[in-house]
Each structure stands twice: as C-alpha cells, then as structure tokens.
Design a protein around this ligand. Structure first.
Ligand code: ATP
Length: 361
C-alpha cells in the first residue's frame, strides 16, 4: 500500500485550462494516507470519477502531479501503477467458477499457487463466498457477482490502493448494508488503503474514517463523519450532509450581536476581526429547540410538523427565513408565541461560504 498525493490537480476533458469555471477538477491538493479508509463524496458531476481515474492512471490530468510514496507516477499507465479498481457493475468471467474469478488477478501476476489458494480462501471467507467457490459465476445473482468483483479487488496484496467507484449502486439496500459492514471489516483486518466513491451520504458516513467532500471540481472539506456533521467547513457540506440539511440565515454583525431578519443573538466571543464577504449563520436542525427559560430566544412561527418516527421535524419561520427544527416526540410546540433557542455551540458563522473557525458563541 502507498501514500497517494495529488498536487495541484487540474483537469479539462478538452485539454483547455483557460476557463477555470469549466474544469472537471480545479486545482486539487490532497494526501490519501497509507492504510486509510476514505469516502469520496459529492453530487453527480462534481469530479469524483475523474479524480479516481486520474489516481488509477485511466485518465491523465491536464495539469498537476500524482505521487505514490513520493514517486511521481503522473505519466505512468494503469498497469504500471498497481491499483485495483472496482466499478459500479460487476466485472468478471461468467464461465469461470467463483474461485477462478477470485484467483484471476493473482494468476495473471504469476503468484505462487499455494499463496493464491490461501489468499482466495481468506478473501472468500471475509465476503461469505466460501460455500460457493466451486460454482460458476453465470448462475449467481447481482449481489453475489458484485461481491466477487469486490473480492477480485481485494485479493492482491501488492496494490497501492483499492478504488471503489459506486460499487453498491446495483445492490438492494439490505445487502448493501451488509456488504458495507464487510468492507469495513476487510479494511480493519487487512489494513488496505481504500477510496470509496459515492454520492450517497449515508454510505460515505458509515464506511469511512475520513470523508473527502467534493463540489464542482473542488475538495471543500476533509474530515471524520462527526466533524462534517458537527462543524461543516463549507456551507455546501452543511447543506449536502444531514437530513434535513443545515439551516442558513443571512446575517450581519452589529454591536456585538449577530443580527438577522426576525431576531438577533450574541456574537461569538472568539471572533477577532470583522469578517469580510457575505455572512450567514448556519445551524443544524438539532441545534434549535423550543425555548424553555433561555434568556436568548427568538420569536418564530410554526408552519408545519413532520413525524419522523422517533422525532419530529418542525418547519418554522423566523422573519423571512424558513428553518427546520428537530423536536422530540413529546416536546410542546405552541401554535402561538413560539420562541426558539439556538444552541450556542451549534451556532456557526460562515463568510463567503467558509466556516469562521473560531466563531461559535
Ligand atoms: N469522458 C468525458 N468527456 C467529457 N467530459 C467528461 C467526461 N467524463 C466526465 N466529464 C465531465 O467532467 C465533470 C466531472 O465528471 P465526473 O464523472 O468526474 O463526476 P462524478 O462526480 O463522478 O459524477 P457521476 O457521479 O455522475 O459519475 C462533469 O462535468 C462531466 O460532465
């Protein structure tokens, strides 16, 4: 396994770098640590597959460098990079048995037969493929076939990293959950560097130690699932992660207070300089609650309440702002005279979409 560094990576599919807005990748610097379990998360078209294909060597970046353990591999093709890649749809040989399919990447590299048998059994065991090693792939269902594809990615011990490009899209939800758990287990057992591409936040958050969030050709935040949830570094992350996403209120700092349409709150103590650029207050639905005896509360109007089983999501209006507030099943929500408290540690400020790091109340 290797540490993979991408440095000032820019990519345009027509080779023209003159218009930054049109680039598939807009100057990315990132280090994929050796042995890390990463998710690469972002909406369709944000550049995830481009990044993955540049790491594996399937696509050459228009500008920038790719380093494996400090060695520049930018000009090398996929076969010289030693990367395993698992795609959305199963890639295997229908006429071969499960065992032959799993062994194929090793036989191809003339690995010692004894080692092949051991490794194939080990990986088959981890993926629950042991009982079907002798069966032909042709007769198996989509989930089994994709498990074999995953297994073919995992059997090689010499790879720099294993890249998964939305590998569970064709799998039904229950099996998906199971396979994700297995992949985590495989990661813990084998200590491989895994990069898992997905546009599904729950997949990313349950799989990865570190989530790399991309938007419009840029990496907007790298962090643990908890960091992304509790302290989104960018308004895009607040909006994209969480269901429902973060609430945002345009605001200004005046006389030591954050002032927004419909109310105000004390300004964060740590805020040294007055930030420039468009300022917004961000707060997760669980950072809001009906005020009990809080001195600082903001008048709000209840619009609607949605039952989500163990909790409810209330839609409220504060001035001209619409917000979502998470409330317990038994919390009392008055139709008139509702006052809402903002949990200070969940109240974050963003200038030009970037979190002001020292800025919570
Ligand atoms: N082969 C290609 N030729 C031209 N443009 C491309 C090509 N592949 C991707 N693009 C463009 O590059 C941008 C990034 O696409 P990319 O496939 O990397 O994003 P993605 O996040 O993986 O999206 P998806 O989840 O839909 O695959 C998009 O604007 C896309 O249209």
């Amino acid at each position: 396994m290797a540490e993979i560094t991408v440095s000032n990576l820019r990519h345009s599919y027509d080779g023209d770098l003159s218009d930054p807005a049109r680039l598939a990748l807009k100057g990315i610097d990132h280090v994929w640590r050796d042995g890390g379990a990463y998710a690469l998360l972002g909406p369709s078209g944000c550049g995830k597959s481009s990044m993955l294909n540049i790491i594996s060597g399937l696509v050459r970046p228009t500008a920038g460098r790719v380093l494996f353990d400090g060695r520049d591999v930018t000009e090398l093709g996929p076969e010289q990079r030693n990367i395993a890649q698992v795609f959305q749809f199963p890639v295997l040989y229908d006429t071969m048995t499960v065992e032959q399919n799993l062994a194929f990447p090793l036989r191809n590299r003339r690995v010692d037969p004894g080692r092949i048998t051991r490794r194939v059994r080990e990986v088959a065991e981890m993926l629950d493929l042991g009982p079907m090693l002798g069966r032909r792939a042709a007769g198996l269902g989509a989930a089994e076939k994709q498990k074999i594809s995953l297994g073919r990615g995992l059997v090689r011990e010499d790879v720099a990293a294993i890249l998964f490009d939305e590998p569970l899209t064709v799998i039904d939800p229950q099996v998906k959950f199971d396979l994700r758990r297995k992949l985590r287990l495989v990661h813990e057992t084998l200590g491989l560097t895994l990069v898992y591409v997905t546009h599904d936040q729950s997949e990313a958050l349950t799989f990865a130690d570190q989530v790399v969030v991309m938007s419009e050709g840029e990496v907007v935040q790298v962090g643990t699932p908890e960091e992304l949830y509790e302290r989104p570094g960018h308004t895009f992350v607040g909006h994209f992660i969480g269901s429902p996403g973060m609430n945002f209120l345009p605001c200004a700092l005046e006389g030591g207070r954050i002032v927004f349409d419909g109310g105000s709150l004390p300004a964060p103590r740590g805020l040294a300089a007055r930030p420039g650029g468009a300022l917004v207050l961000g707060i997760r639905p669980h950072g809001l609650g009906p005020a009990t005896d809080e001195a600082e509360a903001v008048p709000a109007r209840l619009i609607d309440v949605e039952d989500r089983g163990a909790f409810r999501i209330a839609e409220i209006a504060i001035g001209g702002n619409r917000l979502r507030m998470r409330v317990g099943e038994r919390d009392w929500l008055p139709a008139d005279g509702l006052r809402v408290a903002f949990r200070p540690e969940a109240t974050l400020l963003y200038a030009n979409d970037r979190l002001l790091e020292d800025a919570h109340a």
